[in-house]
Design a binder for this molecule. Structure first.
Ligand SMILES: Cc1cc2nc3c(=O)[nH]c(=O)nc-3n(C[C@H](O)[C@H](O)[C@H](O)COP(=O)(O)O)c2cc1C
Length: 348
């Protein structure tokens, strides 16, 4: 049996395999209400039934101002919670485990998507580029006041509590890819002079306070952090010193008492410094659970699991294109190649 297919107990989760479904925005929630329907229930249920160990949902907004494109679900109204309950119940009936990814896009949006409000950001610096699907330039953001920061932290806490009420097994905080938390983390987007800005350790304060709030609601063993060097709107961005950066991130995760971290890259095999990949560097400083991701194939994932570089392997596009991904690996059947034109059009 290949390592990827082995079940594993992780704290209080019994995962049916080491395969993780990476978080993927699908935009099939009702655009006005942020409520998911039967199609979304069936989409996640099918992946659990086919043996995915851990499902990380698409990004879910903790507040209306966190929305960056059409059809994004929320976790801030009772109706949204009740709709997610149907998803978690269906996944649990199939033996699956599912966590909600909480996603606030910060400056990467436009007032037409956020109920008329300007995008929120650490500093008043507009992003270059066009809003996903709306195809209008990103709006000029408002610099968040101390009060705005406390409100957003409270929104994350409430969304985490709502995730628990909805039956989720935990929460993943989306601290990656250039969205709000990552905008605080990066010196390109964070020019603040209060306690949320300054050197890297200080810039991570916002993330730390959100993690603290989420951990208070769902527990450290049920909280995952996703973080990255890659930024969706800054294709050439690089960390000044990857090793020091990773050390500093890990220090914050340890201070909060996290158990599971999810470093994100587009290519798992990319060497980022000293002949080491992102996940190898993270492993140098982190003994607990690491989720690997980034254009993984079965052999690469299996080897990395066996070597101990990672503990779980996340797949995005392959699981989107193959609802029966795990069964195909088991039976050594060829996988359907991902094609955005085909596979993003509907949920199946
Ligand atoms: C259609 C699509 C939507 C995505 N949406 C999200 C998202 O909501 N949150 C997130 O953290 N990453 C998102 N990602 C990134 C994936 O989680 C994953 O990191 C990336 O696809 C690399 O994995 P892969 O090579 O196995 O596809 C998305 C990727 C795709 C293809």
């Amino acid at each position: 049996m290949i390592e990827l297919l082995n079940p594993v107990q992780l704290n209080n989760w019994n995962l049916q395999s080491k395969v993780v479904m990476a978080p993927m925005t699908r935009s099939f929630a009702d655009n006005e209400t942020g409520i998911v329907g039967k199609d979304v229930v069936e989409y996640y249920r099918r992946r659990a039934a086919n043996g995915v160990g851990l499902i990380i949902t698409e990004g879910i907004n903790p507040s209306p101002r966190g929305k960056g494109t059409f059809g994004i679900p929320g976790l801030f109204t009772e109706k949204q919670i009740n709709a997610w309950k149907k998803v978690t119940e269906a996944v649990h009936l199939e033996g699956g485990t599912i966590v909600a990814q909480l996603w606030h896009v910060g400056r990467l949006t436009h007032h037409e998507l956020t109920g008329g409000y300007a995008p929120q950001a650490p500093s008043k610096i507009k992003a270059d580029g066009l809003v996903h699907r709306l195809r209008k330039p990103y709006g000029t953001p408002e610099q968040m006041s101390f009060h705005d920061i406390q409100s957003v932290i409270n929104q994350y806490a409430l969304a985490a509590r709502n995730a628990k009420t909805a039956g989720f097994d935990g929460v993943e905080v989306h601290g990656a890819h250039g969205y709000l938390i990552d905008q605080f983390n990066s010196n390109v987007t964070n020019k603040r002079e209060d306690k949320y800005g300054g050197n890297l350790y200080q810039r991570l304060t916002f993330m730390k306070e959100i993690l603290h709030a989420v951990v208070n609601e769902v527990g450290p063993q049920n909280t995952i952090i996703r973080f990255s060097e890659i930024k969706d709107d800054l294709p050439t961005f690089n960390w000044d010193n990857p090793e020091t950066t990773i050390k500093t991130f890990v220090q914050v995760f340890k201070e909060i008492g996290l158990k599971i971290i999810h470093p994100s890259t587009n290519d798992f095999k990319d060497v980022i410094t000293n002949e080491m990949t992102l996940h190898q560097l993270v492993r140098k400083y982190w003994d607990d659970t690491i989720i690997g991701v980034g254009n993984l194939d079965i052999d690469t994932a299996n080897n990395a699991l066996q070597e101990g570089t990672i503990d779980l392997a996340a797949f995005g596009r392959p699981i989107l294109a193959n609802p029966d991904f795990v069964q195909r690996i088991k039976k050594n059947k060829e996988l359907t190649s991902y094609n955005s034109k085909v596979h993003l059009r509907e949920l199946y």
